[in-house]
Write a protein that binds this ligand. Structure first.
Ligand code: HEC
Ligand code: HEC
Length: 183
């Protein structure tokens, strides 16, 4: 190894420490990676959070809808540990006006649509679509709940608190349910 490279190594290690995510054991995160970037702006930021709510409060860019999909139904600890979710899940929203919005989750399991929340006509029907490495198609759909808010984690987080006096047609309405998943 050249002397130059040896001198550069500590520097490289320093840069590595500034990464916004880090590898962890699969006991902690099924995906083997978690977010450690705090509020750093990044498409992989804060998996499992109510992206839209925080962007609204902290002047982040407006998003039409956003969330995180995990590879397990039992995902409370994944959300608590800031774990990356599952990449490659197709997210389809069928809006109240019939418009279909589709995107795919990134390495963090995050998905989002750039734009104003009002662009998604409510209520909408949400469908996840994922083909496992073994070729099995999984396609859960939200039909009973007529969601009027595009920040999925407002409800899709077992730590969420149910609202008692908010009509279900209001964006503030919360009905806690497990994090989004395909399994
Ligand atoms: C703690 C508050 C907070 C949470 C939670 C949060 N964000 Fe952000 N996000 C921000 C802020 C603030 C910015 C803009 C930062 C800036 O302009 O420097 C941002 C920026 C972004 C950007 C722009 C990145 C770029 O390179 O231009 C994307 C995309 C994004 N967030 C996606 C998400 C997604 C997806 C989630 C949920 C899984 C999420 N954010 C959760 C606060 C948050
Ligand atoms: C107002 C609260 C609320 C919001 C907001 C919400 N959901 Fe849901 N979601 C629920 C509830 C409650 C269920 C379980 C009952 C049902 O299927 O309607 C559910 C179920 C689902 C299911 C089916 C899960 C399964 O395994 O059967 C999917 C998929 C889903 N939601 C996707 C989404 C997506 C994507 C978003 C954000 C774009 C979202 N949801 C926003 C409350 C919500």
């Amino acid at each position: 190894m050249s002397a130059e490279l040896l001198r550069a190594l500590p520097l490289l290690a320093l840069f590595a420490c500034k990464d916004s995510s880090e590898p962890v054991s699969t006991d902690i995160c099924l995906s083997g990676r978690r977010w450690v970037g705090g509020a750093t702006r990044d498409v992989e930021m804060s998996p499992g959070s109510d992206c839209i709510g925080c962007h609204f409060e902290t002047d982040g860019p407006p998003l039409v809808a956003a969330g995180t999909v995990y590879a397990t139904a039992d995902n409370a600890s994944q959300i608590e540990n800031d774990c990356f979710g599952l990449e490659g899940v197709e997210v389809e929203l069928e809006a109240g006006d019939g418009r279909i919005w589709t995107t795919t989750t990134n390495r963090a399991g995050n998905f989002f649509f750039d734009g104003e929340p009002s662009w998604l006509v409510k209520p909408y029907v949400a469908t996840l679509r994922y083909t496992t490495p073994e070729g099995r198609l999984i396609e859960p759909r939200m039909v009973m709940t007529l969601a009027t808010y595009g920040g999925c984690a407002r409800c899709h987080d077992p730590r969420a608190t149910a609202t008692t006096d908010v009509p279900s047609s209001y964006p503030e309405f919360v009905l806690p349910v497990s994090g989004l998943f395909v399994e």
